[in-house]
Design a protein around this ligand. Sequence first.
Ligand SMILES: *Cc1c(COP(=O)(O)O)cnc(C)c1O
Length: 364
Amino acid sequence: MNKQINVTQSSMPDFSEYVEEIKELWESHWLTNMGAKHNQFEKELQEYLNTSKIKLFVNGHMALESIIGACHLTGEVITTPYTFISTTHAIVRNNLQPIFCDINSEDYTIDTTKIEELITEKTSAIIPVHVYGNICNVKEIDRIAKKYNLKVIYDAAHAFGETYNGKGVANFGDASMFSFHATKVFNSIEGGAVTYKDEGLTDILEGMKDFGILDYESVPYIGNNSKMNEFQAAMGICNLRHLLGEIEKRKLVVERYFMWLKDIDGIKLNRPQEGVKQNYSYFPVVFDGYRKTRDEIYDSLEKNNIYARKYFYPLTTDYECYEGRFHSQYTPIAKKISKQILTLPLYANLEISDVDRICNIILN
Ligand SMILES: *Cc1c(COP(=O)(O)O)cnc(C)c1O
């Protein structure tokens, strides 16, 4: 049997580098609650993302849930169902009503021509997703948000470190959420962050992730507990040192996939967007009119011990927890793409010969 290939493999520093990084923790005995590693990592990320304000969280989901809560949104929020379930959960868990807008079939981000018709007097925000690292139509979203006085919070979990027309992705909208989960292009084991513009959110976000505690005798917010610990931050510090090299290696994998699959009838690849410096986080392929279906390709890969992912299938609206509440027939393009999409294995240490083997299975 061929070796198992998964859709991703976590980037890790050398064991000795990580050990060196966490050594000080045995001296300080300070393991969590905004320790030295946490603060160093936060500072490094602020520079890397080229943003003025950032707060770290235990994971991306809690970062998103917390920033939505901190913005005191009400009523309805416009978002897309073509995302990881976290985006929809974060809205619903804040007692808001998600209103699902369709995606466009070019880059799978929110179709900005369909946002305005969904706006009502109850709408308070737009929460779009830079899916697969494809940057949303930020200019148009900005125009709509200004016109209707809406907040914009980006789920930028896939877009870490990218730039658009030279501007860091963290600088669009009112806030952006990033995920440093083990399966992402950059990881701190688990981890996440919020970047934001309004200085007034600083205290709320800090309180939010620490039970709403301001000081020992004051708890002004009903917070959660989502602080990033020192071991996570240490992993993030190490991985950040090597990130550019990892992205370069991912790029070679993506170029190899393109070489094999770019001119095949019925296979649609995720084309690079103009003006975007990519992070090569995912390699989604749409099988539309190909001689095999997405599910058949998925099965043949699996028989060869290769585990691609149907990412994103099903739509978040179609999970059983939302049965009878949300309806995917109003987002037909998202529905169609979700049945045709397959995300192929992509990680820094994926061997080019394995890419060749994967493509050979798809093509033959
Ligand atoms: C990974 C991810 C999240 C959640 O991030 P975690 O760090 O895993 O909590 C949210 N949205 C999207 C689009 C993601 O891919």
